[in-house]
Design a binder for this molecule. Sequence first.
Ligand code: ADP
Ligand code: TRP
Length: 324
Amino acid sequence: MKHTQKTALSGVKPTGRPHLGNYFGAMKQFVEMQDEYHMHVFIAEYHALTTMHNGAELRDSIYNLVLDYLAIGLDPEKVTLYKQSDIPELTELTWIFNCLVTVPWLERAHAFKDRTAKGIEASVGLFDYPVLMASDILMPDSEIVPVGKDQIQHVEMTREIARKFNNIYGETFTEPQEHIVEDVAIVPGTDGQKMSKSYGNTIPLFGTDKEIKKAIMGIVTDSKLPAEPKNPDECNVFALHKLITPSDQRAEIRKGYEEGGLGYGDSKKMLLENYLAFIEPMREKRKYFEDNPGIVRQILDEGKSKIQKITQTKMKEVREKVGL
Ligand code: ADP
Ligand code: TRP
C-alpha cells in the first residue's frame, strides 16, 4: 500500500561499478522508498556520456547497473525502472530549456566551476548537465528527488527552470523538492577519505570475494597494538561495522576497541565475514537476473513503455505551448 501519491525520481550514472558509498548513500534509499512513493529510478547514461567515450564500456556499465538495481531489491512491479536513452524526448526538452536559461546562470553550477578551476575545459554537454537533469526530473512531474548532498544545487536549478517555463508559458511543470538522507554519514573509503571512484579507495558492492577481502584487509588504521584501547568512532573499519554488523555483535566489538584486546586485523576479519553474509542474498538475486537476460529485457521494455506514456503526454503539451 502506498501511503502517499507523491511521485519520486532519481538516477545514477553508469560510470563504473557501484561501491558501498553509492549503496548506503543513495541506492538503498530507492529501495526503501518504493513502498511509499510512485518511484521512478533510471540509468543516467546521457549524463555518463559527458565523461565516458567508449561505447562498449558504456553499454556494459548500463546493463550492469540494471542488474545491480534489481539485485539490491528494486521491484519492477513497484518502481518504474528505465534507461534515460529510451526517452530521447529528454534531449528535446533540454533544448527547449536551453533556450530559456542563460550562460552566466549555468556558469554558477558547482560541477562546472570545479572542472574549470582544475583547468579542465568543460564540454558543452558537461556545461549543460544541470539542464538535462532538470528534464529528467520535470518530465514526469517529480515532487521528491532523493539525492546526496552534492546534488542539491541541481535540484534548486531544476526548480528555477520550472518556474521560468511556467512564468512564460503558463503552469506546466511541478517544482520538485530534494530529499536528503541526513543520517547517512559519508561512507569512508579504504584510505579514510570519502569513498569515491575518483579516489581509487572503493569497496565494490558486487566485488568478488577476493576483491572484497583485499579491500577490507587493506583499510588504513593507526598502528595501535591489539591490547591497546582504541577509539572505535575514529576507526575506518568500525565505520563500516556501523553499516553492516548486527547491533549486538557491534556492541561487543566496540567494547573490544575501548577496553583493548581486539586488534584491527581481527576487526577486519569480522567485517569481511559479515559483509559476505550481508551481500549473499543480493548476489543470488543478481545471479538469477544474469542468468535470465530475457527477464531483464522484459523489465526494461515495461519500464520504457510506462515512462513513454508519461513523456508523450508531457511533450505534446510542451510543444503546443512553445509553438511547435
Ligand atoms: P563517486 O564519488 O564514486 O563518483 P558518484 O558521484 O557517482 O560517486 O555518486 C553517486 C551518489 O552516491 C552521490 O550523489 C551520493 O549520494 C552517493 N555517494 C557516493 N559516494 C558516497 C559516499 N562515500 N558516502 C555516501 N554517499 C555517497
Ligand atoms: N547527477 C546525478 C549524480 O551524479 C545523477 C542524475 C541524473 C540524477 N539525473 C538525475 C539524480 C535526476 C536525480 C534526478 O548522482
